[in-house]
Design a protein. Structure first.
Lengths: 179, 179
């Protein structure tokens, strides 16, 4: 065992890693969506999810302003869309239009569900904690939604065998497990 | 899209999901290890990791008392060990002995590194937030360690094709991606 840089060790952490889409609204109700890899479950009862969001992100502003967000799980059919929603270059575009996402209203929060995703979780902000250049937002899940047509989950994948890359741009490599 | 229970939607969240081992010490320096699935990155600069730990867990007491923990990434060779360290039934045993884990001291924290793991991250508690029946602990990574012999990462897997199950007990199914 040898001591290495965080970056070097991290390559053994993040592949494979499920990614999600996070939707939110600003105070005027304008919706926004971003791709996020930093998320986890945080409570059984009541059910909660946690996400870490960069402090300079639109999503950070929105959740801070409204206390609401949706976490949606994209499937294999949304590889390109998930890549697009993770690119800072598309930050000022209407990503819902860009990706052909309908904005189905949820039952409890204003942030839209993404109908094309495998599953969506409506979250009300329960607590938050500073984490360096990000903030960890903990959301209590108020409602869960499932697509009637299950798909393979979309993952951040490496170049090893066993995976099929579906959308690649620079260091970002999204794909699925081969069957 | 239909509204479902959290539990039903969650099956599309957690497989595959990387698992980790979390080590900690009590105030007398007695080490403890548990398996955890609820973890994420939380900051680039400085590097941080977040874990969600059940409030009644020994790990929760230890981190609350000492403000330190280690997150270690097990490989395919530690499937049975990871399962054992996740079982409440082994809570009162010396899991390090049970699993043949050496307790290599870290450079910055008293919680031990696990030499057999792929990578280990020494964390100092940076902040925490209540999350229902868990607490989210955010740790700043003070040092990262890598095993010289990389292995395939151990995952919580489903019964779909594409995975090889290596250790199964009740609902817990640990394995790897097939190549």
């Amino acid at each position: 065992m040898k001591q290495v840089s965080f970056k070097e060790a991290m390559q053994y952490w993040s592949k494979p890693e499920r990614i999600v889409l996070v939707t939110s609204c600003d105070e005027e109700g304008n919706p926004f969506v971003m791709t996020a890899g930093w998320k986890m479950r945080a409570s059984f009862k009541p059910p909660m999810l946690a996400i870490a969001v960069g402090k300079n992100r639109t999503t950070h502003q929105n959740i801070s302003a409204t206390g609401e967000f949706v976490v949606a799980v994209p499937g294999a059919d949304l590889a390109k869309e998930a890549l697009d929603c993770g690119m800072p270059s598309s930050n000022d575009q209407d990503r819902f239009e860009l990706c052909g996402f309908s904005k189905k209203p949820g039952s409890f929060v204003k942030a839209p569900l993404i109908e094309k995703c495998i599953a969506s979780f409506e979250c009300k902000l329960y607590g938050q904690v500073d984490s360096g250049d990000h903030t960890v937002f903990v959301g209590e899940v108020k409602a869960a939604w499932l697509n009637e047509h299950p798909k393979k989950p979309l993952l951040i994948v490496g170049e090893e065998k066993g995976y099929e890359a579906l959308a690649v741009e620079g260091p970002y490599r999204l794909g699925i497990v081969n069957t």
